[in-house]
Design a protein. Structure first.
Length: 229
């Protein structure tokens, strides 16, 4: 059985929850050993895969979990809005650190390295690719290049205003077009994650609602401050 067949079978059998363990930068939780502990807890709780940012975090996680790890590197570059795995060297470092799947920005925005070149580098390492997309156009383009996993990760993050709700319409459109869709971005409750599956998602990645304690506290504080007695 190929790696992808095995992953498909696992996702089908276990419900397709992918947990993104990306602490808020500079949080007291932003330490490789804590990221690794969160990843192991998520694995033990049934996550079928993990999404991990940064080489040190990835190494720490790889050492303690056995489920596939989606690796990314985030960079803030001067001349491009593209942040997720922008360089070929990032692909090499993620592969070397033990990623099973490498995700990269799959949008059609100005970028330092073309999507085609990133994909070729991922293939060179014989790994699976995931494109973090913002639109139907992005997703369909990456799919026709052969990218296995199409994420809705960047929907709502390529313009000034980010909606509160996740982009379920994009999940439907891409899954109807035959993509293996990873619904990702603002699936902040189990009910919303279930809706993603109902809209055709293959799996759902949840980050903030599981692993960003500061965001969760803020949601509660906003609700309490807005509550009337
Ligand atoms: C836009 C962007 O850079 N998204 C990032 C991608 O890795 C992460 O910051 C998100 O936490 C992740 O996509 C999961 O989403 P959510 O935290 O909403 O469950």
């Amino acid at each position: 059985m190929s790696f992808l067949d095995e992953l498909d079978a696992n996702v089908k059998a276990r419900g397709g929850l992918i947990v993104s363990c990306q602490p808020v930068p500079h949080s007291p939780l932003d330490k490789p050993e804590i990221v690794a502990a969160m990843a192991l807890a998520a694995e033990q709780a049934g996550a079928v895969a993990l999404r991990i940012e940064g080489i040190e975090n990835l190494r720490a996680v790889r050492a303690v979990v056995s489920v596939p790890v989606i690796g990314i590197v985030k960079r803030d570059l001067p001349d491009t809005p593209v942040r997720i795995t922008p360089w070929l060297e990032d692909v090499d470092a993620l592969a070397e650190a033990g990623a099973s799947i490498i995700a990269f920005d799959g949008t059609q925005r100005p970028r330092p390295v073309p999507v085609e070149a990133l994909l070729a580098r991922i293939r060179h390492h014989q790994l699976i690719a995931m494109a973090d997309c913002a639109s139907e156009q992005d997703g369909l383009y990456c799919r026709q290049l052969g990218v296995e996993l199409i994420g809705t990760t960047l929907s709502g993050y390529t313009s000034d205003v980010t909606p509160v709700e996740p982009d379920l319409a994009l999940v439907s459109t891409l899954s109807q077009a035959g993509c293996r869709v990873v619904a990702e971005g603002r699936y902040n409750s189990p009910a919303l994650a279930a809706q993603a599956i109902e809209h055709g998602a293959w799996a759902v990645t949840v980050g903030s609602a599981i692993t960003r304690l500061e965001h969760i506290c803020q949601w509660y504080r906003d609700a309490l401050q807005g509550a009337t007695k």
